[in-house]
Design a protein around this ligand. Structure first.
Ligand code: 13P
Ligand code: SF4
Length: 302
C-alpha cells in the first residue's frame, strides 16, 4: 500500500493534481486525499483550486459538478461505474414534466443529480444548505428535486413554505425506520443520535442533530459527549472511530453502505492519474445552464 501511496503522491506533484474525497469513500483513500468532506465543501475546493487536474474520489455527479464549476480543469473519476442511485431516479424529461405540472414555481435541485437536470433548475443545494437555499427564494411554494425526504425535511424547518417534492430518495438512507431510531434510543439512552437529512423526515425529527456528513463530523468534534449513534453511510462512522478513539460510535444498522462510493480504490486512483482517465466532459450549453444553478447556490450560501 505504501508503494501505491508514494506513486500517487509523486504523480500528483508532477501533474499538479489534487484529490478530492467524499467522507463515504473507503477510508484508505484519505491517505492520498488533499481534502475529505461533504458535497458542499468539495465543490468549493473544486472551484478554488489552482491544480490542473482534479481526481474526484466520489460518485459521478460530484465529479461532474467539479467540471461544471471548473471547466478549464481536467476532472477525472477513477471508477466510471461510480453512480448515485438517487441521481439516477430523475432525468431531463422527468424534470421538465414535473415542472410543467406546477408552472411558474422556482425549482431547487439537490446536488445529487445530473448536469442535465441541474440545467433545468433555478438553484442547487446540498444537504448542508438546503434550508438556507429554499428560504432565500422567498416563495410560498417551491419545487424540489429529486430527494423527497430532504425536501420534506426542509419544509418542516420553515414556517409556511410548501415544498413540493419529486419522488426520489437515497435507498441507503431511506431504509432507516422510526423503530430503528426508537430501538437505538432505548439501547443507548446516553448517546447522541446524529442523522443525515436524506433519511425520512419522520426519522430525522427524532435526531439530536440533523446535518450533512461534514455537519455530523463537526458535531462530534465540538461535543463533550462520549457516545454517538451515526445514521448515515458507514464511511462517516469509520472516520470518526479513527479520529476520536476515546469516543464510541454505533452505526444505526449494518447495511448503511453505498456500494458506488466503495468502488474507488487506491489502485484506480493511480491508474486515473497515470492514464488521465476517466475524464468528465460536458456539452457547452448544459455546462453553462447547470453552472448558473450551482453558482447561484454558492453566492447564497457563504
Ligand atoms: P453530503 O452533502 O452530506 O456529503 O451528502 C452527499 C450524499 O450523497 C449523501 O448520501
Ligand atoms: Fe447517492 Fe445515496 Fe450513495 Fe449518497 S449514499 S451517493 S445519495 S446512493
Amino acid at each position: 500500500m505504501n508503494d501505491i501511496v508514494e506513486r500517487i503522491n509523486k504523480l500528483k506533484k508532477e501533474k499538479n493534481a489534487i484529490i478530492l474525497a467524499h467522507s463515504y469513500q473507503n477510508i484508505e483513500i484519505d491517505l492520498v486525499a488533499d481534502y475529505v468532506g461533504d458535497s458542499l465543501y468539495l465543490s468549493r475546493k473544486a472551484k478554488d483550486t489552482n491544480a490542473d487536474i482534479i481526481v474526484f474520489a466520489g460518485v459521478y455527479f460530484m465529479a461532474q459538478t467539479a467540471k461544471i464549476i471548473s471547466p478549464e480543469k481536467k476532472v477525472l473519476l477513477p471508477d466510471i461505474n461510480a453512480g448515485c442511485l438517487m441521481a439516477d431516479m430523475i432525468n431531463l424529461h422527468q424534470t421538465v414534466d414535473f415542472k410543467n405540472q406546477y408552472p411558474g414555481l422556482p425549482v431547487v435541485c439537490y446536488i445529487n443529480s445530473t448536469a442535465e437536470v441541474k440545467a433545468e433548475c433555478d438553484i442547487c443545494c446540498t444537504s448542508s444548505n438546503a434550508v438556507e437555499i429554499v428560504k432565500s427564494l422567498n416563495s410560498k411554494r417551491v419545487l424540489f428535486v429529486p430527494d423527497a425526504n430532504l425536501g420534506k425535511w426542509v419544509e418542516s424547518r420553515l414556517d409556511s413554505v410548501e415544498v413540493i417534492t419529486y419522488n426520489g430518495n437515497c435507498p441507503v438512507h431511506h431504509n432507516v425506520t422510526v423503530s430503528d431510531i426508537m430501538h437505538a434510543r432505548k439501547k443507548y439512552p446516553d448517546a447522541k443520535i446524529l442523522i443525515h437529512p436524506e433519511c425520512k423526515p419522520e426519522v430525522s425529527v427524532l435526531g439530536d442533530y440533523v446535518g450533512s456528513t461534514s455537519g455530523i463530523i463537526n458535531y462530534v468534534k465540538k461535543s463533550n459527549e462520549k457516545r454517538f449513534v451515526i445514521v448515515t453511510e458507514k464511511g462517516v462512522a469509520e472516520r470518526l472511530e479513527r479520529d476520536y478513539p476515546d469516543k464510541e460510535f454505533i452505526i444505526i444498522k449494518d447495511n448503511m453502505l453505498c456500494d458506488s462510493m466503495k468502488l474507488t480504490t487506491l489502485e484506480e486512483i493511480l491508474y486515473a492519474l497515470e492514464r488521465e482517465r476517466h475524464e468528465i466532459t460536458l456539452d457547452d450549453s448544459v455546462r453553462e445552464l447547470s453552472s448558473n444553478c450551482i453558482e447561484r447556490m454558492l453566492r447564497v450560501s457563504k
